[in-house]
Design a protein around this ligand. Structure first.
Ligand SMILES: [Zn+2]
Length: 416
């Protein structure tokens, strides 16, 4: 008998963690934080439920599992930010690209060192005692993202991860949805980010007045902006979406009359090369200096992270393009600082964001494709809205579980 316990993230965006356990084996999926832990100790964060209630992993206490492992669906903080607090030496599996990205971010000092990391090949089952886990490549704004399937020998349980259907890899999403349908899954845990807000606009676009873009339409808009700009164009992307980094550099080259060189900060140059094999046009402080850019601003696009904002002060800038970089939105006090600084320096701020999360109707479509027996909506401020929509529009039963209780999803004992 497998028991399922929801350890966090039932009504927050991110921080969603689930545990599957048998008598001897345990699998935990995702290990992120959705709260600010900067003023907390591990003990106080545990007490307040900001870390999942698995003290044995944080204080290296004995547990009764002979086999256990953690699986990370993708490398966003709200899905992996608690790994750094682990004391127990438990194996951690990520997709092969997410594993490489994690190793690189640790090497660059962007992430804290974490031991016992392992790559998990897509669609290759891994046994953890009497549980078997398989990862499926998916589509999100972290390109290594996977959906996960747990098999306990008699039933299958599915985890959507963060997912979208309007991205460049929708075929991957339909492929795993089909596979999950064939597997007749007892449970689909489905993210519900886009049900969080009163308008159906995905989370990270709430603060931005632009129309939501896709990864593809974003680059079309960016190429148009480059064609219309007579001076330097600055971009602020999120560096874990390395496919978008590569797309920006390709867009910079598009206009053959006045194509531009893409200038990267060293960390982003390293991520671009390691993760996509693309060579950076230029690396700031290494192969080019700000003074070079200032002399021919129309020949360049410059990637800038918020920490280096002040270095832009004396450059002739046509547009500062905010593209899901940090700070991401109004909830971050640095976002107001960014807007004020750009206004003070008369630099136009342009939003070009594309969401990693599916629209509401696409989430319903996914439920229909997978056709699970039960859906647990989570990763949303309003999972009950997602629950209502699924209930009204699909054949699946919906459960809004309680945190830290044990469920078995056995059809005979459903009314627990
Ligand atoms: Zn994510």
């Amino acid at each position: 008998m497998t028991t399922i316990r929801f350890l966090n993230g039932l009504n927050t965006i991110g921080g969603n963690i689930v545990e599957f356990a048998t008598k001897t084996s345990r699998v935990i999926m995702d290990f992120g934080v959705a709260a600010d832990l900067s003023q907390e100790t591990v003990a106080s964060a545990l007490e307040q439920g900001k870390l999942p209630h698995v003290p044995e992993l944080f204080f290296n206490q004995p547990d009764h599992f002979s086999d256990e492992a953690i699986f990370i669906s993708h490398l966003h903080i709200d899905h992996m930010g608690a790994l750094q607090y682990l004391q127990k030496d438990i194996p951690i599996y990520l997709s092969e690209p997410s594993y490489r990205l994690y190793r690189l971010l640790i090497q660059l000092g962007i992430e804290k060192p974490v031991a016992n990391l392992h790559p998990l090949a897509f669609e290759t089952s891994l046994a953890v005692g009497d549980l078997t886990v398989t990862g499926f490549h998916s589509d999100h704004d972290e390109p290594g993202v996977m959906a996960l399937l747990v098999d306990d020998g008699s039933r299958r349980f599915a985890h959507s991860g963060d997912v979208r259907l309007n991205g460049p890899h929708a075929d991957r999403v339909h492929a795993w949805a089909n596979r999950f349908k064939e597997e007749k899954v007892s449970l689909l845990m489905l993210e519900g980010t886009s049900f969080s807000f009163d308008t159906p606009i995905p989370a990270e676009d709430q603060n931005h007045p632009s129309v939501p873009l896709t990864e593809m339409s974003l680059q079309t808009k960016f190429q148009q902006l480059l064609a219309d700009s007579s001076q330097l164009v600055v971009i602020n992307p999120y560096n874990r979406n390395y496919e978008r980094l590569a797309a920006f550099q390709a867009s910079a080259h598009v206009n053959h009359v006045n194509g531009r060189q893409m200038v990267w900060e060293p960390n982003e140059a390293a991520i671009l090369t390691t993760m996509t094999g693309t060579q950076p046009d230029a690396i700031l402080g290494q192969t080019i200096q700000l003074t070079d850019i200032a002399q021919q601003p129309q020949r360049y696009v410059l990637q800038n992270s918020f920490a280096n904002l002040a270095s832009l002060a004396n450059l002739p800038i046509s547009a500062y393009v905010h593209s899901n970089g940090e700070p991401l939105g109004d909830y971050d006090p640095r976002f107001a600082q960014l807007k004020d600084w750009l206004a003070d320096h008369k630099m136009p701020l342009v939003f070009m964001n594309a969401s990693g999360h599916a629209a509401r109707e696409d989430l319903i479509e996914l439920v229909k494709e997978v056709n699970p027996r039960v859906v647990v909506p989570w990763h949303s401020f309003h999972p009950e809205r997602e629950a209502d929509a699924i209930d009204a529009q699909t054949n699946a039963d919906v459960l809004l579980p309680e945190k830290d209780l044990y469920y078995d999803f056995n059809p005979l004992t459903e009314e627990e």
